[in-house]
Design a protein around this ligand. Structure first.
Ligand SMILES: [Zn+2]
Ligand SMILES: [Zn+2]
Length: 444
């Protein structure tokens, strides 16, 4: 096929079979050199952009100023920019002749929390979240992703004699609420704009800068919300015989539901159910009428997911039946699916990344957190998401040795080292995109 998704090995095999001269391989070492040279001259502007975005973060679906900053950057590079796709999202298109459409995604949003890094560019900004004023911080590093995204666009435009096709750079709102990707798709992302032949995204993680980690297949978990209301019969705490105690039911459920993990699910497969909220009653001597639990269910595979849903529901019903209570109200809200890294897209990108990063490129275990980049693959875009490190290698090693690892994402102390982190992001992402264009050229 002429599309991108043909594995590299297959095209090499076909060439030798037909005794055709093999397509010239990407000269990754030379490309890396020119990416780094262009990065060096672009960096002062990228640094200013990164620090501005870091100091002025915005919460999910409120990222209007952040989106406007990125729109201005992309327009200055010659991209055709459409704003307000999926509320605050952006789509930036750059056409450079015939070829595939390659998508690169960044997130726009920050988290409702107070920054405690003490950095000179730390955020002191506040926004309204769920009706309350709160501090805001880029503690997931989406500001690093935005700077890398703009840097990659700049580098690719500067190298436009090296590739043909269309760049589709998208900036997605509300990743932290895992709803922004869907908002963009529902707003016509793949009908008003071209449907990409491949999509890439990166995420920073607390490991050394200069390093890149990736996976084939499942990259993150699916996430489903759980809400259960146990219905009892309230009364005096001294006369429980006249009541049906929902606190007892809720407590039993919290403990018993873990046997779905330990006894029903295959122990070699990933699955977690956690109850994060439990509300019942008002005073110590009143048995309340009801108890409400909120939880989250995380899995990698659809069959494990279905089995856990079944076990959780059964456990809740059984707990109520044991107490001779009415059936509980059970709501399982299906959230995002697992991110699946497409084997053909990964196979192509990893060839280039291996040459560029050598031993600093490695495979990583799947992430038990969730990520709505999965929505794009779900809409039919073969995709790859990879990770870049953020900390000075020697500091990272010393912290691990001391038993106190450096702060993870979502920590108020999360503080990537900007220049080498963004450089890794730009180099890895540019090479991934170039390899995708090159693979397509081979397939034609
Ligand atoms: Zn996050
Ligand atoms: Zn994130």
């Amino acid at each position: 096929m002429t599309r991108l998704v043909k594995p590299l090995l297959a095209s090499v095999a076909l060439c030798s079979l037909l005794s055709l001269p093999a397509h010239a391989e990407l000269d990754v070492a030379k490309l890396k050199q020119s990416i780094e040279t262009s990065f060096e001259s672009d960096y002062p502007k990228l640094d200013a952009l990164y620090k501005d975005i870091h100091a002025h973060p915005e919460i999910a679906f409120q990222e209007a100023k952040t989106a406007a900053k990125l729109a201005a950057e992309m327009r200055a590079l010659g991209f055709e920019v459409t704003e307000k796709v999926g509320k605050t999202g952006l789509v930036a298109i750059y056409k450079n002749g015939d070829g595939p459409v390659i998508m690169v995604r960044t997130e726009l949003d920050a988290l409702p929390m107070e920054e405690k890094t003490g950095l000179p560019y730390a955020s002191r900004d506040k926004q309204t979240y769920n009706g309350r004023e709160t501090f805001v911080m880029h503690s997931c590093g989406h500001d690093i992703h935005m700077a890398s995204w703009v840097g990659t666009a700049k580098t690719l435009v500067g190298m436009k004699d090296q590739w043909h096709g269309t760049l589709m750079f998208i900036a997605q709102p509300a990743e932290e609420e895992v709803s922004g990707a869907k908002a963009m798709i529902d707003d016509g992302l793949f009908t008003r704009f071209p449907k990409p032949d491949a999509g890439f995204a990166l995420h920073d993680q607390p490991f050394p800068y200069g390093y890149v980690r990736y996976r084939v297949g499942v990259g993150s978990s699916s996430a489903d919300g759980l809400e259960i209301k146990f219905k009892g019969r309230g009364g005096h705490g001294a006369r429980p015989q006249a009541t049906i105690d929902p606190v007892m039911m809720a407590s039993r459920f919290v403990v018993d539901v873990q046997s779905v993990i330990s006894r029903e699910k295959d122990p070699t497969e990933f699955g977690v159910v956690s109850i994060g909220s439990l509300h019942a009653g008002t005073a110590g001597n009143i048995i309340p009428d009801e108890a409400v639990l909120l939880g989250t269910i995380r899995t990698f595979k659809p069959d494990v997911r279905a089995r856990m849903h079944d076990g959780i529901e059964r456990t809740a019903k059984a707990v109520a039946a044991m107490a001779n209570a009415p059936a509980p109200e059970i709501k399982i809200v299906e959230g995002v699916k697992a991110v699946i890294n497409d084997p053909a897209v990964v196979a192509t990108a990893e060839q280039a990344l291996k040459v560029a990063f050598g031993e600093k490129l490695s495979l990583t275990p799947a992430n038990t957190a969730s990520e709505d980049f999965s929505e794009f693959a779900g809409a039919g875009v073969p995709s790859m998401m990879f990770n870049i490190g953020v900390y000075a290698p020697e500091k990272w090693a010393a912290a691990n040795k001391s038993g106190t690892p450096l702060p993870d994402t979502h920590s108020p102390l999360f503080a990537p080292v900007p220049k080498p982190t963004i450089q890794t992001g730009v180099t890895a992402m540019t090479l991934a995109v170039l390899s995708a264009f090159d693979q397509s050229a081979k397939g034609r």
